[in-house]
Design a protein. Structure first.
Length: 135
């Protein structure tokens, strides 16, 4: 138990953005990007302390009203990644969704990814990890 902020419940707040249908067995492309960062260093997006980290998720083909799962992990230098939170939201009619992360402490590394579960209409898909730190 290192930091009370890391143990607080649900630091990810699901925020649907303003979500067309897929064909049976269609492959799914999931892209995630971080917004609001102030700099990049060593492959990490850097945020100011107290800032809200926003990960915008786009899926193709667009799948309105389908679920997307956001996974947030953390670690200290030279330690393994640990799950901090998992949250679910739905896509809007344009195939977009967003996850917001608030109240993260500095001195830790974080990463997030989005995953779309398999359904009868499309295959599962996931984005790459997006790495960030709070400074």
């Amino acid at each position: 138990i290192v930091c009370a902020a890391l143990l607080s419940p649900s630091p990810i707040v699901a925020a649907p953005a303003p979500a067309a249908g897929a064909t049976a067995g269609a492959s799914t492309t999931v892209r995630a990007r971080l917004t609001g960062w102030v700099a990049r260093r060593d492959g990490y997006h850097l945020y100011r302390e107290g800032a809200t980290v926003r990960m915008v998720v786009d899926v193709w083909p667009a799948q309105p009203r389908d679920d997307v799962v956001g996974r947030l992990e953390w670690r200290r230098t030279r330690t393994r990644w640990r799950v901090l939170d998992v949250s679910t939201t739905t896509f809007n009619r344009h195939g977009r969704a967003a996850f917001l992360v608030r109240g993260l402490p500095d001195g830790y590394s974080f990463r997030m990814r989005a995953k779309v579960p398999r359904t009868n209409e499309h295959e599962a898909g996931r984005s790459g990890w997006r790495y960030f730190r709070v400074r």
